[in-house]
Write a new protein. Structure first.
Lengths: 178, 198
């Protein structure tokens, strides 16, 4: 189980890293203020999916070691950064972004393989959420911003697959079902 | 003049500074215009097919001409095959709109010139070894990312937006895997940023 308290703690701990990770990538600066109200629901669903992935990393990192930890910590920081990017767009509409109060039942991974499989599953869930959401979003720049976060999550899934000994790029078009 | 991209900035060790941040944004903005003045789904698809044809040609060229380790050769064959699959999917979408795809390129010199115009550095015929080939392919995968990032904001048909996003995800995975071949286990190189836009 991962509680709200653990997620908030991770958010706090990841904050500095998330800011650093964001330095090299696109920020949401410059987005139009014309994000439609209809988009808010879609964006909040993406925030919820990213929180699920964050919950998986928070639960999984203590069960990993060595390079796996370094990678998982980097991906946790980047997923926290995604939440903040999405939340910033939602705030532009005057609506409060989704904040999790959810407790996630993530099962009980027993070893490295099961833990990495959990992280891979969480990233796949997130990828499917983005693929469902991106065509529904209205302003083109918001679609592109969501696509840029999606592509980073695709890199996470690919890297985790490599750590599991699976083909890192199994499909020519990412579907979230690999 | 070559506009520095994020990779150049990492290598020169200035990423993370305020100055670099401004340069990064400028570079990203310039690269985001890779689809030029193409407007409308057919024109955008035609441009994407043309870029994918160049990238698929470049993979074929590297696989045929450059000595590669068994591991790298297997990875590049897979990625080259996926680039050809992108050409096929985009061409079918273009056909469905009543337009024929552009003819595929046939010679390395013209592909090299056209890719140089798109990403501003290197030449398809200038490297002889695996490291140079991987660095070149990373550069053109960055071109692909930039093209699909831009396409997701410009395409109007929702199914084409989803296709562009799915291919963007694949190109980003190629980028990461090529970096992993150059820097095994170093996630700061293979997944350095929280966003991907070329």
């Amino acid at each position: 189980m991962v509680s709200r308290r653990q997620l908030l703690s991770a958010a706090s701990a990841a904050g500095a890293g998330a800011v650093l990770a964001g330095c090299g990538g696109a920020s949401v600066t410059g987005l139009p203020s014309s994000v439609l109200e209809a988009d808010v629901h879609t964006l909040n669903r993406l925030i919820r999916a990213e929180y699920f992935a964050v919950g998986a990393y928070v639960a999984g990192i203590p069960l990993l070691s060595g390079t796996d930890v370094v990678i998982a910590q980097q991906f946790l920081n980047q997923d926290m950064s995604h939440i903040e990017d999405l939340a910033e767009i939602v705030r532009k509409t005057g609506v409060k972004p989704y904040a999790t109060d959810q407790v996630y039942d993530l099962g009980r991974p027993r070893d490295r393989g099961e833990t990495l499989a959990l992280l891979h599953h969480a990233e796949q869930v997130t990828l499917r959420a983005y693929l469902d959401a991106i065509p529904r979003l209205s302003p083109g720049v918001v679609k592109a911003t969501a696509a840029s976060l999606f592509a980073n999550d695709a890199q996470h899934a690919s890297t985790i697959r490599g750590r599991l000994g699976l083909a890192p790029v199994p499909e020519a078009v990412v579907t979230g079902n690999a | 003049m070559h506009q520095p991209n994020r990779r150049d900035l990492i290598r020169t060790g200035i990423a993370g500074t305020a100055a670099a941040g401004a340069m990064l944004w400028d570079a990203a903005s310039a690269e985001a215009d890779i689809l030029g003045d193409a407007h409308g789904d057919a024109a955008l698809l035609e441009r994407l097919v043309g870029i994918e044809q160049l990238i698929a040609f470049a993979y074929d060229h590297v696989i045929a001409r450059i000595p590669l380790s068994a591991k790298a050769a297997a990875v590049l064959r897979k990625f080259g095959s996926q680039e050809h699959e992108h050409v096929g999917q985009l061409s079918r979408a273009l056909n469905a709109l009543g337009h024929a795809p552009p003819p595929p390129p046939t010679d390395a010199a013209s592909v090299s010139r056209r890719l140089t115009a798109l990403h501003g550095s290197g030449s398809l015929t200038s490297f002889q070894r695996q490291v140079g080939a991987l660095e070149y392919l990373i550069g053109i995968e960055t071109v692909a990312e930039s093209a699909y990032y831009s396409a997701t904001s410009k395409l109007s048909d929702p199914s084409l937006v989803a296709l562009a996003a799915g291919i963007l995800g694949c190109e980003a995975q190629h980028w990461t895997s090529l970096e992993e071949l150059l820097h095994p286990g170093d996630v700061t190189q293979s997944v350095p940023y929280s966003t991907v836009h070329g």
